[in-house]
Design a protein around this ligand. Structure first.
Ligand SMILES: [Zn+2]
Ligand SMILES: [Zn+2]
Length: 137
């Protein structure tokens, strides 16, 4: 994958980047469970440099993540799609919600984070690195 693009459910917010993602982290933290309404979020870790986002309905919400550092989560306030996050513990890197990519089928998980709070029926792929918390915590 050498470039990415995607957007929200209603199409009001779109993003793109010509930078290649660093890896993909499946996050089982309770904040990602809340925000996604699902068991985990799939985060493409992408250099912030070159990331372009547009749409008047782009909104954000910030609270400390599990590591204690602020996490600002960006979403569309028209349709509610979670789009990406800025994580203070990882300056210069954005976490793009992989389900919002135009072609999410290209994404292969590279690691699992916050496995300590994975739902009981979720079995992370043990062939991948599985961190009980975050490697940056
Ligand atoms: Zn939307
Ligand atoms: Zn998370």
């Amino acid at each position: 994958m050498t470039s990415i693009d995607g957007g929200c459910l209603c199409g009001c917010v779109n993003y793109s980047s010509h930078m290649a993602p660093l890896t993909t982290a499946v996050c089982h933290c309770t904040d990602c469970q809340k925000q996604s309404g699902s068991a985990f979020s799939i985060n493409l870790l992408l250099p912030a440099e070159g990331f372009v986002v547009a749409g008047e309905t782009l909104a954000s919400y910030e609270k400390p993540g599990g590591s204690g550092h602020p996490v600002r989560r960006f979403f569309c306030n028209a349709c509610g799609s979670a789009l990406y996050s800025e994580i203070a513990a990882m300056p210069g890197v954005l976490a793009i919600k992989a389900g919002t990519l135009s072609d999410a089928a290209q994404v292969q998980p590279g690691m699992h984070l916050w496995c300590a709070s994975a739902l009981p029926w979720v079995t992370p792929d043990r062939d991948l690195p599985c961190f009980e918390q975050s490697p940056t915590a």
